[in-house]
Ligand binder design. Sequence first.
Ligand SMILES: Nc1ncnc2c1ncn2[C@@H]1O[C@H](COP(=O)(O)OS(=O)(=O)O)[C@@H](OP(=O)(O)O)[C@H]1O
Length: 294
Amino acid sequence: MITENNNLAETDEIADLLSSLPKEKSWRSGYVYRYQGFWCPEKQIPAVIAFQKHFLAQKTDTILVTMPKSGTTWLKALAFSVMNRAKYTPSCSPLNSVNPHDLVPFSLPDSIKNSGCRIVCLCRNPFDNFISLWHFACKARPERLGPLLLEEAFDSFCNGLGGFGPFFDHVLGYWRESLERPEEVLFLTYEDMKEDINSQMKRLAEFLGCPFSLEEEADGVVEGITKLCGFSNLKDKEINKTGRSLLYFENKTLFRRGEVGDWVNYLSPEMVDRLNKLMEQKLAGSGLKFKTGL
Ligand SMILES: Nc1ncnc2c1ncn2[C@@H]1O[C@H](COP(=O)(O)OS(=O)(=O)O)[C@@H](OP(=O)(O)O)[C@H]1O
């Protein structure tokens, strides 16, 4: 009974909270609400609150932080493989039959900041991140809402919506933390990983406290893991062609092109100009620069 009453009280609290927050139509269905500065889908707000209230981070935890469509699946595969390499060689890795999202769960609350645990943040240039988000939203959007126009989605992305935005607030928050607390926060970019995955993975392993030994390097362990977690290898696994993870997403939607610079095929010169100006303005003085593939 007590639990039931508590649940009812919490439901009322959430309804009150939602009615007090700014809201906008979601790209997919329903609304997104601006909660603690970021745009969240309605159904995820109770989860965020519960997590912030109850999750206690331990110093030994490793937290992966990403914007949706910035390379989460890739980072989960790499971090899992690096940390478990003593247990699994690439040929017997669970990644051969399980999607990375089912090996590394989603998370993030307040105690993390003070726990001294490690945080790995992966970001992607906003041009490609937006295009990847848009493609995904087009697939996930119910048919009854009609097509999600590129122009409409772009405008809303620039206004801070889309994928837990504002994009730049999210990215800059973690960028600044990584400069202030480099032992606790590692900042990676999708573009650097595409350019040289072996050296970025060595940075990751060092940060996670399990650097590759000279012997491992000579034995090709680094290349073995980067190949296992590579786009074409994961994309071709049966589980990622036909399976579902995260309860409802089809795994195949997590693997589209996996390239830097695909946005040139979609954005008009006016859009590019608008996002370039926004990026310059938001990143000014921060020291953060994104490679866009041009
Ligand atoms: N292994 C690997 N290597 C390189 N790139 C990869 C990999 N896995 C997924 N991808 C590309 O990442 C984009 C999906 O982003 P996320 O994994 O963050 O999606 S999600 O937020 O978890 O739903 C999406 O980018 P786009 O192709 O540009 O849409 C995927 O194709």
